[in-house]
Design a protein around this ligand. Structure first.
Ligand code: COA
Ligand code: AMP
Length: 642
């Protein structure tokens, strides 16, 4: 029997008592004066008056508590053939050393530090070193181009940037240094300096007077015994900023605080993920995403578990058995990844033959999140692994699951297509367009009654107004998730689609608005529309429709190629933008609104209604034909009327 309903009801009845108890699992320098303070912040603040340090709770606390010799971090890199483990004592020493390096370079509490790093231990060490000093880290995913990095530099205004010389993708070395230099040149804000970690695969030329060699600074500090203690921080001080796609090209700087974040993540480690301190938990994501922040770095370390940092892919490094190797070799009890990773494995090895003789006897649960988990992939994974496969739903903004199937409280029956039930802390409602509760089973806007629980964003970096406008304005008294869905008769949540122009590509969140800004920046493009179309592997991929300026005589194919390259250069390869189609005109309503929903339905081969307000129905036929010419569903699937 699951304790979920009892625990959820207990939270609802006494949220302050619930979070006060959860907070007792954290070591505070000074316990909070108030569990929830309605007088502060945009909707109140958690654990005000409390003093703490996240790096202390991730490291020192475990070293002092008997885990010094336990493995904290396992680095496993099929990209380089390297494997390395760090005990809690070693990780603490490396983090305090690197924190001393940062301090000597002038980094102080409240300063921002940007990290542009691949999946190497130095990324984790640098995050924790910032946390140790009270400096606010902002990790930028390595698949983003210079322009995206520049936008983040201008918003966060970092004192320092920490980067590696390169990232490694199958078959290519991604040189970070030119991207970094270009980003700094593009940005109005200039950091005081950069610390560059030179990897064996690519040695970058350092810019004199600005760049410092990571390894020399680190080794010198180590030799001199230079270490930094954990700074005393307010619970409400920011731990990090993580940028995520907004509806425009300007990303949103999601802020995370120290106290609430620790309390929430620590609570989830057992209650949601069912992990005991000392066990091995593997999250196959990237430290550039929220999943990596919460469940590669902070959650497992706060809990005294062992975490795996995997620099590789589910397939091709070297094959679709990679995940089974890592799980068995490091004796992981649970894996958390995005459904797209399992779709990739299923595609390469549909029979699961590569599971072979790997010993997964310790493995208990597979967790999926980041995008809608399609029932086919869920069932395939369940059958292959013979273990629970649990979908859960959350966002960069929340930092931990809004809804899930809580293993520690007792697994509830699985319903394919649903991430199960709201977690304690989240009073989840379905609202209609008049802000009234939608009837059970009816799809509406998924909204969370304020306050958001600890760990969720208190605001956007330096942009309280944008925070209120983006999340609090549409449904007064609620946080708008921008996901649409419904809650069924058993209380299970079904998350169906985004309500804004965000698309989800291989578990990565992208703004079609930002893509459109790049397309319309091409000199030959008069207007454009980007939509997410269904993709068997990545869930969705972007497709860009462009109308060329009159008088353009160059071949459309040439322009389309340039547009694809432009997106790669300005947003990054992670946008997976490979499809640009030239059309004569865009389908619009009579008031000039582009009919993106209808275009998407045509591209996905779905039945659709001819919009009553359409300006010229023949345009839809043209769109269908353009798609058909590229081998996608299109014109012949046109259904009108119904
Ligand atoms: N640095 C530089 N480039 C990167 C990158 C990084 N950190 N990560 C991805 N890219 C590049 C890829 O090389 C690819 O480039 P290409 O167009 O030259 O092939 C492009 O960005 C698109 O990447 P991706 O969408 O990840 O596709 P893929 O074909 O490389 O891999 C999967 C597909 C399914 C294997 C991969 O997306 C995956 O493992 N996803 C699941 C886990 C995950 O990360 N989820 C995210 C949040 S939980
Ligand atoms: P991100 O902020 O990048 O983690 O993306 C968050 C968005 O991904 C959510 O708002 C959803 O649209 C989508 N998402 C994440 N997890 C799920 C899930 N389990 N089911 C459906 N959609 C999901």
């Amino acid at each position: 029997m699951s304790r979920y309903r009892e625990v959820y009801a207990g939270w609802k009845q006494d949220p302050i008592g619930f979070w006060a108890e959860a907070a007792s699992a954290i070591d505070w320098v000074k316990p909070p004066e108030r569990i929830f303070d309605t007088t502060q912040g945009q909707y109140g603040r958690w654990f005000t008056g409390g003093l703490c340090n996240t790096s202390f709770n991730c490291l020192d606390r475990h070293v002092m508590g008997g885990r010094a010799q336990q493995t904290a971090l396992i680095y496993d890199s099929p990209m380089t053939g390297q494997k390395r483990s760090f005990t809690y004592a070693e990780l603490l020493d490396d983090v305090s050393t690197f924190a001393a390096v940062l301090r000597d370079k002038g980094v102080r509490k409240g300063d921002r530090v940007i990290l542009y790093m691949p999946m190497i231990p130095q990324a984790v060490i640098a995050m924790l070193a910032c946390a140790r000093l009270g400096a606010v880290h902002s990790v930028v995913f390595g698949g983003f181009a210079a322009n995206e990095l520049a936008t983040r530099i201008d918003d966060a205004k970092p004192k320092l940037i920490l980067a590696a010389s390169c990232g490694l993708e199958p078959g290519r070395v991604v040189k970070y240094k030119p991207l970094l230099d270009n980003a700094i040149a593009l940005a109005a804000h200039k950091p005081d300096g950069c610390i560059i970690f030179q990897r064996a695969d690519e040695r970058a030329a350092l810019t004199p007077g600005r760049d410092h060699d990571w390894t020399s600074l680190f080794n010198e500090a180590k030799a001199r015994g230079n270490r930094a203690d954990a700074a005393i921080l307010a619970s409400t001080d920011p731990l990090y900023i993580l940028y995520t796609s907004g509806t425009t090209g300007e990303p949103k700087g999601v802020v995370r605080d120290n106290g609430g974040h620790m309390v929430a993540l620590k609570w989830t480690m057992f209650n949601h993920y069912g992990i005991m301190p000392g066990e091995v938990f593997w999250t196959a994501s990237d430290v550039g995403w929220v999943v990596g922040h919460s469940y590669i770095v902070y959650g497992p370390l706060l809990h005294g578990a062992t975490t795996i940092l995997y620099e590789g892919k589910p397939v091709g490094t070297p094959n679709a058995g990679a995940f089974w190797r890592v799980l068995s070799e490091h004796k992981a009890v649970a894996l958390f990844t995005a459904p797209t990773a399992f779709r990739a494995i299923k595609k390469e090895d549909p029979q699961g033959k590569l599971l072979g003789d790997y010993d997964l006897s310790r493995f208990r649960t597979l967790f999926l999140a980041g995008e809608r988990a399609d029932p086919d992939t869920l069932k395939w994974a369940e059958k292959l692994l013979g273990k629970p496969v649990l979908d859960h739903w959350w966002q960069t903004e929340t930092g931990w699951p809004i809804a899930g199937n809580p293993v520690g409280l007792g697994v509830l029956p699985v319903k394919h297509g649903s991430p199960a039930v709201p977690m304690p802390g989240y009073d989840l409602r379905v609202l209609d367009e008049h802000n009234k509760p939608a009837p059970r089973g009816k799809t509406g806007s998924l909204a969370i009654r304020l306050p958001l629980p600890p760990g969720c964003l208190p605001t956007l970096w330096d942009k309280d107004k944008r925070f209120r406008e983006s999340y609090l304005q549409d449904h007064p008294g609620y946080y708008k998730t921008s996901d649409a869905g419904y809650i069924d008769k058993d209380g299970y949540v079904h998350v169906m689609a985004r309500t804004d122009d965000i698309i989800n590509v291989a578990g990565h969140r992208l703004s079609t608005g930002a893509l459109e800004e790049v397309l319309s920046g091409h000199p030959d493009v008069a207007e454009c529309a980007v939509i997410g179309i269904a993709d068997a592997l990545k869930g969705q991929v972007p497709a860009g429709f462009v109308v060329l300026k009159s008088g353009v005589t160059r071949p459309a194919a040439e322009i389309e190629k340039e547009i694809i390259q432009k997106v790669r250069d300005e947003i990054g390869p992670v946008a997976a933008f490979k499809l640009a189609l030239t059309i004569q005109r865009l389908p619009k309503t009579r008031s000039g609104k582009i009919l993106r929903g209808t275009m998407r339905a045509i591209a996905d081969g779905e039945a659709y209604k001819m919009p009553a307000t359409i300006d010229d129905p023949a345009i839809l036929q043209e769109i269908g034909e353009a798609l058909k010419a590229r081998g996608l569903p299109g014109a012949e699937l046109l259904k009108t009327g119904s």
